[in-house]
Design a binder for this molecule. Structure first.
Ligand code: FNR
Length: 361
């Protein structure tokens, strides 16, 4: 392989070479049998494209908006924790790279640089990802700090009442570095008894009693729009809209939580139908190509988020690598739009893809 990767898969190989096994496994792995992990990418392969020809594609415009914010393309950076394990500049490098590509970054609460440090490293639009902790005051403080530092939305992750069983982390006795945002807020006495420290940390801090009433609580303490990340059924999507959230992220946490959930792209349409345009629907999980972004948009997503590929770029080549990964996906999307006869995002329609379900009908 050349040193300058030409696709995300080559970035992944470089990341694997660059990282100690414990860290690569942490970034790359999924829960239990990793069935869902394989499915998240494989399901995209079962969706085929239906290009329309003889459309003027001399100008392609990938720009779009989300919650009123302009984006150069419908690709966001998903929240992934502990990026110092990938590169010393961690989330600061990712934030600068996302800003340079005019892509919104969602900062994970479990970042190794604080909300304040990331905010001061660049001035682009950013969202903040939150968990609800047993200690509500800790979550409330994080929300206030995100607001104060100019984050424009809260992305509340709702698929993690407990941490999924990531066997590689257990086997490697994964020790996370400090979660900077919690310094001085929460001290946890982690004793993993020889397993994953991350799991021990999560079981002490995350609140398994989290329920719909807590979304009301979150709404009562902030004016920022709230997106729920981790919805994969029509039932929950309807409830989320009823309760007044500003957006939904169809996500199975990159297959790191409950194994044997479907690939996110397989349930996207179900959620989009349930939401019926009331709020934006985003998708993450398995996006590795511009064609994947196109397929998600054709099946009704307003935008997508990308997790592991960003970390691969960061581990392989720091800030430059993240920029290259985002640009690569943007360029691939642009080419897909041209070859499918879709000069603008709104031209991408359900008729541009062919799913397995379409064959059965
Ligand atoms: C994640 N994800 C995640 N999600 C979240 O809400 N908070 C977090 O702190 C993290 N941390 C995290 C770390 C790592 C290493 C990974 C790979 C993922 C899930 C992430 O936001 C997203 O849902 C998935 O990564 C999307 O799937 P892909 O793009 O990685 O296939």
């Amino acid at each position: 392989m050349q040193d300058e990767p030409v696709n995300i898969s080559e970035f992944q190989q470089l990341a694997k070479q660059a990282l100690p096994k414990m860290y690569y496994d942490y970034f790359n792995g999924g829960a239990e049998d990793e069935h869902t992990l394989r499915e998240n990418t494989a399901a995209f392969g079962r969706i085929l494209l239906r290009p329309r020809i003889l459309v003027d594609v001399s100008e392609i415009d990938m720009s779009t908006t989300l919650l009123g914010y302009n984006m150069s393309s419908p690709i966001l950076v998903a929240p992934t924790g502990m990026q110092k394990l990938a590169h010393p500049e961690g989330e600061k490098a990712t934030a600068r790279a996302a800003a340079a590509c005019d892509a919104i970054m969602v900062l994970s609460f479990s970042s190794n640089y604080t909300v304040e440090e990331v905010a001061s490293s660049c001035s682009a639009v950013r969202f903040f990802q939150l968990y609800v902790f047993k200690r509500r005051d800790v979550s409330a403080t994080l929300v206030r700090r995100a607001e104060k530092n100019g984050f424009k939305a809260i992305v509340l992750t709702v698929d993690t009442p407990r941490l999924g069983r990531r066997e590689a982390d257990i086997r490697n006795k994964m020790v996370p570095p400090k979660m900077s945002n919690l310094e001085g807020l929460l001290s946890v006495d982690v004793d993993a008894k020889g397993g994953s420290d991350l799991e021990a940390f999560a079981s002490q801090t995350l609140d398994p009693s989290l329920s719909w009433k807590d979304i009301e609580w979150l709404r009562s303490i902030t004016n920022l729009p709230i997106l729920l990340k981790g919805i994969i059924t029509a039932e929950d999507a309807k409830k989320a809209v009823e309760i007044g959230v500003s957006g939904i992220v169809v996500s199975n946490h990159g297959a790191r939580q409950l194994d044997y959930t479907p690939a996110t792209i397989s349930v996207l349409e179900e959620v989009v139908k349930a939401v019926s345009g009331a709020v934006p629907v985003l998708l993450d999980g398995g996006i590795r190509r511009g064609t994947d972004v196109f397929k998600a948009l054709a099946l009704g997503a307003n935008a997508v988020m990308v997790g592991r590929p960003i970390v691969y770029g960061l581990a392989a080549k720091g800030e430059y690598g993240v920029k290259r990964v985002i640009k690569m996906l943007q360029n691939e999307l642009e080419l897909t739009m041209a070859l499918c006869g879709c000069p603008r995002i709104k031209d991408i329609s359900r008729n541009h893809v062919h799913t397995e379900g379409d064959r059965i009908k």
